[in-house]
Ligand binder design. Sequence first.
Ligand code: DX5
Ligand code: ZN
Length: 226
Amino acid sequence: MSTERDPVLIAPSLLSADLAALTESVRMIERGGADWLHVDVMDGHFVPNVSIGPPVVASLRPYSERYFDCHLMMTEPGRYLEPFAKAGADGCTVHVEIGGTRELISQMRSLGLRVGLAANPDTPFEAVEPFLGEIDLLLLMTVFPGFGGQSFMGEVMPKVTQAREAIEQHGFALDLEVDGGIDQTTAPVAVAAGANVLVAGSAIFSKPQPLRAAHDLRVAARSAQQ
Ligand code: DX5
Ligand code: ZN
């Protein structure tokens, strides 16, 4: 759980990593390049793409003690929460757009998962507001989910600030994560708006030196906290 004064966390997204060398990416995070591991799970239905699932999480688990942050871009995440928990996910994030949120929250709780709720760029803050007191992480997408390497949508920032203000006002202990188009330029913008966890895929793994890229991103993000 985070307060405003906790340092910003960097969560590299495996989506942009070399999928044939995932242990290398995990090792990079273990060597201090970043804080969490963001696992993008796509079902080819909620988003027009497919990616990885619980077996990959289970295979990577022995290589890391970091927080595995599983972002479920799925129409029916409820069918997969238990497999993810058994595979070693620390937290799962489901999208508010699919409905059934309260039931999914209690399912995640009973599995011992940290509970995340995500909203697409065009989903209003009001859709997630009723759940803020029941979740551990709010993920506000800064691109439409489905693919890495898209451009950051700055127009989501007022919603990030709105969420941060509500969190502070009610004293909720929850992380506010942004995902999509985060790089050294946009990271400080998102942090200034109120985010404290930054997902980054291509800005880390598409660079020749991912460890350095992750470090530079963290420095850029934390500069906005001064
Ligand atoms: C988008 C995913 C993101 C994505 C981020 O559908 O949820 O996590 O991989 O990639 P970048 O940082 O390249 O926008
Ligand atoms: Zn994601």
